[in-house]
Design a protein. Structure first.
Length: 125
């Protein structure tokens, strides 16, 4: 399990921010194992290599809605697998789903990488 933030030398932008150079393409509705209120995040890369993060709490039904740059994503297990897509309009894109731990003490992981049972998400289906 990778406990360090994904590629800290690269700027991370919020996917829902107007400062990003790319349009969020889709909202992914994911069923997760977290308690209501637990915060999950979805990290994706744009074709230029920039990292985008969206975060939201789990609702009462165990679902979390997260914005992604891509409609079709495949979940990966570590930041090194978040390779930028070379052709942004075709094929699956990589994403990393994380659960924030809420821990701020030194040496404690701030997040856990989660790979859902379904390792692929297609928004709107």
């Amino acid at each position: 399990m990778n406990q360090s933030p994904p590629l800290p030398s690269v700027s991370v932008h919020w996917a829902r921010s107007s400062t990003s150079g790319f349009t969020v393409e889709a909202q992914h509705h994911l069923q997760v194992m977290g308690k209501p209120g637990t915060v999950y995040g979805l990290v994706t890369r744009d074709p230029s290599g920039g990292l985008y993060l969206d975060a939201a709490p789990v609702d009462a039904s165990g679902q979390v809605e997260l914005a992604a740059l891509w409609r079709d994503v495949t979940f990966v297990r570590n930041a090194e697998q978040l390779i930028p897509p070379m052709q942004p309009l075709v094929n699956q894109k990589h994403a990393m789903l994380v659960r924030f731990t809420g821990r701020l003490d030194a040496g404690a992981p701030a997040f856990e990488i989660i790979v859902p049972k379904s390792v692929r998400s297609i928004a709107g289906t």
